[in-house]
Ligand binder design. Structure first.
Ligand SMILES: *Cc1c(COP(=O)(O)O)cnc(C)c1O
Length: 376
């Protein structure tokens, strides 16, 4: 039997041609025409005028926080229910994370708790947090209108971690373009890949230039190496960007396929006693459904961990929900506001195979296997 995988790369057709061209013509310099072209393609697809291609989504978050002025001793508020790469760049900058729980509709940051957290940090530390990182988990937009309203009220800027949410929309606008900065990832398991890469969506040409400068070692424009600030080696290579140019030609198809896979799960279990499929809560939300995720009822005959094991026995790959940051030993001493919602989502959730390479019969095999295991 063939393995049905959670989320694997899907070739579009021209990746090899573009990458060979990049190797043949410009391999000797790190930058080149495919980086510019990939940025322009991203700008066109997302309606975002200033995109900077970088070597990872983590690097994009790092430079986004740097651009927002995060410095040693600052606090940065971050959604707890996420991958560690959302929060780690806070620590790279010598700042401290403060975690906030999710709300049950989108699984993303709870705007009311964000309000409470900012007010409380001001009263505890005497200073405002420097930034807020909101995540669009599994592609689902957060309640961005409410989150930005709260953050604006305190004058704290929002960075969207849209690593999982390329192509998702909130009230018609693309995720990553709604906060002050937005980070994308092109890691191998994401919607499209450069084999490893990311991008930062910036508010204006000046900030984008600054990010390019910092991502290429902050070399001042002089005839010798001269540095006034600390830089990073975070620019995307031309060969990786060439792969991205091939991948982005199929972005719309990939989005349509992941949404169709989600629709099959949602329709199979719309009246299931045990399985609830995580779905857009209302019409303003338009997830890319990078990963289709479910919640199992507490009285289901197996736990999510047992379901994962039983599916693996049938060559079906699934994955537990991200374990919240406030439950990670490395962040156990960070302040946390709320917690029960993300703990329950982690406890009862599972991500199901969502690769755009899956056929309808693959998805039917997943549904049938889950139903057999649950006896439904
Ligand atoms: C993948 C991911 C990242 C990191 O992106 P990389 O390109 O792997 O560095 C950050 N945040 C979230 C939520 C992610 O899923």
């Amino acid at each position: 039997m063939n393995w049905i995988k959670l989320s694997i790369p899907h070739l579009a057709g021209n990746e090899n041609r573009y990458a060979s061209d990049a190797i043949g013509s410009t391999w000797i310099v790190p930058l080149g025409p495919y980086v510019d072209r990939f940025e322009q393609e991203l700008e066109r697809h997302l309606g975002a005028p200033h995109v900077v291609a970088l070597s990872s989504g983590t690097g994009a978050i790092h430079l986004g926080l740097d651009a927002l002025g995060v410095r040693p001793g600052d606090e940065v508020i971050c959604q707890s229910l996420t991958f560690a790469a959302s929060a780690n760049p806070i620590v790279y900058l010598g700042a401290s994370p403060v975690f906030v729980d999710s709300e049950p509709l989108t699984w993303n940051m709870d705007p009311a708790l964000l309000d409470r957290a900012i007010a409380d940090r001001i009263s505890v530390t005497g200073r405002k947090p420097r930034a807020v990182i909101v995540v669009e988990l599994y592609g689902m937009p957060a309640q961005l209108d409410r989150i930005i309203e709260v953050a604006d009220r305190y004058g704290v800027p929002v960075l969207e971690d849209s690593a999982e949410a390329i192509g998702s929309r909130f009230d018609g606008r693309f995720c990553g373009t709604i906060g002050r900065y937005g980070a994308l990832s092109f890691n191998g398991n994401k919607m499209i890949t450069t084999s490893g890469g990311g991008a930062l969506i910036c508010p204006d040409a000046e900030s984008a230039e600054r990010v390019k400068f910092l991502s290429t070692q902050a070399r001042e424009n002089r005839p010798y190496y001269y540095h006034e600030v600390i830089g990073y080696n975070y620019r995307l290579s031309n060969v990786s960007a060439a792969i991205g140019c091939g991948q982005i030609e199929a972005l719309d198809e990939r989005l349509a396929r992941r949404r169709a896979i989600h629709a099959m799960y949602a329709s199979a279990w719309k009246s299931s006693r045990y399985v609830k499929v995580h779905d857009n809560p209302s019409s303003g939300f338009d997830s890319n459904f990078w990963l289709s995720a479910i919640q199992l009822a507490y009285d289901a005959p197996v736990s999510p961990g047992q379901l994962l094991e039983r599916l693996a026995g049938q060559y079906i790959e699934s994955r537990r929900i991200w374990r919240p940051m406030h439950m990670q030993p490395v962040y156990s001493s960070a302040p946390m506001y709320g917690g029960s919602v993300s703990e329950r989502i982690f406890d009862r959730g599972l991500c199901l195979p969502s690769s755009s390479t899956l056929s309808d019969s693959d998805v039917e095999r997943v549904i049938g296997t889950v139903d057999r295991i649950l006896g439904q």
